[in-house]
Write a protein that binds this ligand. Structure first.
Ligand code: 5AD
Ligand code: FES
Length: 366
């Protein structure tokens, strides 16, 4: 048994990995690389089953008050036409989500200061009453008392990526935020009993393999219900334009595979950025650890204005096309569509996921 096989065998049996071992795996090539993918796929099959759950994403506002250096809809990008969908448009799109086989709708936006918590609560109540869908919010950092209101209005899950666990890098690319505040919001979400999703961008400028390995370990430390990670892709309208991709594209894929191996029972989406990285990127990820697909349900007329990164797929499509497309993908991969909301399985007994144990201190790993 070579070293790669030894580490993978340990991980497959619930063992831990040292940082240096993860770095070695991130460097693996050829047959060793395939062994990592196969181990992750097997782990996904054993722990999560063959089903792929659909979470339909509605990008309901591209208005954002922040200046994150990497983000195509940051307030600094004056070339973007701003939009905010009306409540009725959002509700109609949520109804479409049920028609198209999604058990969950994900409402995502920039940090739009004019979209009040009360308005969001009204929307949540309507979506829950009219569709019964599970609802995930991805609307940035919120104070704890607003999270309480959102939860009371029916919000089941919340997505807030930590982006990088390296606190100095975090500070460089987030002029409006601190790593501690984001960590506090993640901790609030978990204490309140939300199903919590987080994750990071793979290959941010200056990221070394050690830093990527630290990010992978950090996902485990946070004991997440969902882990969404995708390649960093430099957007021409941002300060990080022209930053190159990693030399070795397989690092992006191995990262997801390792996230699966270290988080056997987390939901892991095949994130859209993988399709922007290369054709079939999302299909590849579904065979390397992922079990969630997030079809874009945003009405066609808005999509072109919600480009966090370039080459985003499907900007010329509409929700129906994306919903059809996903069926073709799953059929080609021989994977069945999951039915129902696809809630977290980390703490099934409690119904709504409540992450066990005390929250690890959310500190930067510098
Ligand atoms: N490249 C890749 N991912 C990006 N995101 C934002 N901008 C980019 C980019 N340029 C990701 C962030 C954010 C999520 C909604 O999209 O991780 O949390
Ligand atoms: Fe909108 Fe970062 S640019 S939250």
């Amino acid at each position: 048994m070579n070293t790669t096989q030894q580490i993978l065998t340990r991980l497959r049996h619930g063992g831990r990995a040292e940082l240096s071992e993860l770095v070695a795996l991130l460097k693996a090539q050829g047959e060793d690389c395939n062994l990592i993918y196969e181990a992750a796929d097997r782990m996904r099959q054993e722990q999560m089953g063959p089903e792929v759950f659909l979470r339909g994403i509605i990008e309901f506002s591209n208005i954002c008050k922040n200046r994150c250096l990497y983000c195509g809809i940051s307030i600094k990008n004056k070339d973007v036409k701003r939009y905010r969908m009306s409540d009725d448009e959002i509700i109609n799109t949520a109804h479409n989500a049920t028609k198209w086989g999604c058990g969950t709708v994900v409402l995502q936006s920039g940090e739009d200061p004019n979209f009040s918590t009360d308005q969001m609560c009204t929307l949540l109540r309507r979506i829950k009453a009219e569709t019964g869908l599970a609802v995930t919010l991805s609307i940035g950092i919120q104070p704890r008392f607003d999270l309480v209101k959102l939860q009371e209005a029916g919000c089941d899950r919340y997505l807030l990526r930590f982006e990088t666990s390296h606190s100095e890098s975090f500070a460089k690319i987030h002029p409006d935020e601190s790593f501690e505040r984001r960590g506090q919001c993640l901790q609030d979400l978990r204490e309140l009993g939300f199903q919590v999703g987080s994750g990071f961008m793979i290959g941010l400028p200056g990221a070394t393999l050690e830093m990527i390995a630290q990010d992978i370990l950090y996902t485990t430390q946070l004991k997440l219900d969902m882990i969404g990670c995708g390649p960093f892709l430099s957007h021409p309208g941002t300060e990080l334009a022209d930053e190159p991709l990693l030399d070795d594209i397989s690092v992006y894929y191995k990262t997801i595979a390792l996230v699966r191996l270290l988080n056997p029972r987390a939901h892991i989406p095949a994130t859209t950025a993988f399709d922007a990285l290369e054709a079939d990127g999302r299909n590849n990820i579904l065979t390397r650890g992922a079990n969630i697909f997030m079809p874009n349900l945003t009405p066609g007329k808005y999509r072109v204005f919600y480009q966090l990164y370039p080459n985003k797929p499907c900007v010329d499509e509409d929700g129906a096309a994306c919903a059809m497309c996903v069926r073709g993908r799953l059929a080609s991969l021989n994977r069945p569509l999951g039915s129902g909301p696809g809630h977290s399985i980390l703490n099934k007994a409690k119904g709504k996921s409540r992450l066990a144990g005390s929250c690890p201190s959310v500190k930067g790993l510098t």
